[in-house]
Unconditional design. Structure first.
Length: 153
């Protein structure tokens, strides 16, 4: 990422995408929530009303941090919503990072490299998230997931 692009974000002249924010956090060796000042050194309560949703550029994927930011350094839990018949591509996170996706409602088709894994309501999939991966909702209605991310150090 160029200095000019970072300056645009820092000076609030540009709104970074989810992918760009992940790149910045990864480049700094931080968990995503640590970008926003989370330290994990105190008791923290995460209120849904205080946790804004981050949406993909096309608006079909929404992600909201449900664990207190920095509550457990190196671990984050997100609620994800994915519109019917849509997908979201994610670049690999830093080396050693893993994810565990639990399907709360609907279905998930997860692509990691050239492999595809299908999961339904109540199912979970754990995978190395340090490679490009994609979440796909093959169903006819919105799907909801919990995404546990454990960052490699």
């Amino acid at each position: 990422m160029s200095r000019a692009a970072l300056w645009q974000i820092e000076s609030q002249r540009s709104n970074p995408s989810i992918g760009v924010l992940w790149k910045i956090a990864s480049g700094l060796g931080l968990a995503f929530a640590e970008l926003f000042g989370a330290t994990g050194e105190q008791v923290m309560v995460q209120r849904r009303a205080e946790s804004p949703a981050v949406r993909s550029g096309d608006g079909k994927m929404e992600s909201r941090l449900v664990s207190p930011p920095g509550g457990a350094v190196g671990i984050e839990i997100y609620e994800m919503r994915l519109a019917a018949r849509s997908s979201h591509q994610a670049e690999g996170h830093r080396a050693g990072t893993r994810e565990v996706i639990t399907v709360l409602s609907g279905a998930l088709r997860l692509r990691v490299g050239s492999e595809t894994y299908d999961a339904g309501s109540g199912d979970s999939v754990a995978f190395p998230a340090d490679k490009p991966h994609a979440y796909e909702n093959p169903g006819q209605s919105e799907a909801r997931y919990h995404d546990l991310i454990v960052y490699g150090r």
